[in-house]
Design a protein around this ligand. Structure first.
Ligand code: IPE
Ligand code: IPE
Ligand code: MG
Length: 242
């Protein structure tokens, strides 16, 4: 039995999160500029988002640009931002056909105003598709930054007399995060061979199953997602129980 077939008979996770990594190495292997790798990575995202919709995955969270990725050259950052704008324009154009709901995790205020507007338009206009697949785009996202922004928001409410410090619980705190209302991912996939989280969803993934894969993101195929789901089903999730 192939892994693809093995996964086909298993229930899909409700929420899959992916660190879309390896674009630069994919380009380097081909003697191409890093931006060509990001273009191929955007294609892989389209492919895998479509496949997730076919499988009936409810939430797909993708790490597209981290709070640390600004360290890269202006040329590379500019190329990534151009690809994001092109993708969002296309998503807005095809919204009625695709029925994908978009959310954005991360500090959008640091993005250029055109891109911010596209994000907000995509988020607002797709809100009607609330029973379809939801793509959570992590843009200028850092897990620590998300927690700090949530703490500040909560502290401001405490200072305004809305809540007291004692009102804070784990589930209430979750409502201050970018991921408010989204269940935690069961499965986090990192392609590219790196085995670290790089500031991705630290709060939400405490009991997620991590699957690290050697494939570079631009080469990531539906069969690789099947393989990750099959691996997820081989895990024994205990959540601290016996
Ligand atoms: C992931 O691919 C895309 C972003 C971080 C924006 P990389 O660009 O990190 O690719 P590698 O890890 O250098 O191969
Ligand atoms: C994580 O990948 C961020 C994204 C995929 C968007 P990085 O390539 O930035 O992470 P490190 O530098 O290998 O930890
Ligand atoms: Mg990388």
């Amino acid at each position: 039995m192939t892994l693809a077939n093995e996964a086909a008979n298993l229930p899909v996770p409700n929420h899959i999160a992916i660190i879309m990594d390896g674009n630069g190495r994919w380009a380097k292997k081909r003697g191409l500029p890093r931006t060509a790798g990001h273009k191929a990575g955007a294609e892989a995202f389209r492919r895998i988002a479509n496949y997730c919709r076919t499988l009936g995955v409810r939430y797909l969270t993708v790490y597209a640009f981290s709070t640390e990725n600004w360290k890269r050259s202006q040329e590379e950052v500019g190329g990534i931002m151009r690809l994001l704008r092109a993708y969002l324009r296309e998503a807005l154009r095809d919204m009625e056909k695709n029925h994908v709901r978009f959310r954005f995790f991360g500090d959008l205020t640091q993005l250029d105003s055109k891109l911010q507007k596209l994000c907000l338009d995509a988020q607002n206009r797709s809100a009607v598709f609330d029973h379809e697949v939801q793509v959570n785009f992590c843009l200028n996202y850092g897990g620590r930054d998300e927690i700090i922004r949530a703490v500040r928001a909560y502290a401001a409410d405490v200072a305004a007399g809305k809540y007291s410090a004692e009102d804070l619980t784990e589930s209430f705190f979750s409502e201050f995060l970018d991921s408010a209302g989204v269940p935690d991912p069961e499965l986090v996939i990192r392609p590219s061979g790196e085995q670290r989280t790089s500031n991705f969803l630290p709060w939400q993934s405490v009991y997620s199953e991590y699957v690290f894969m050697d494939v570079l993101w631009p080469d990531f195929m539906p069969a690789d997602l099947d393989a990750a789901i099959a691996e997820y089903h081989r895990r024994n999730r205990r959540f601290g129980g016996a």
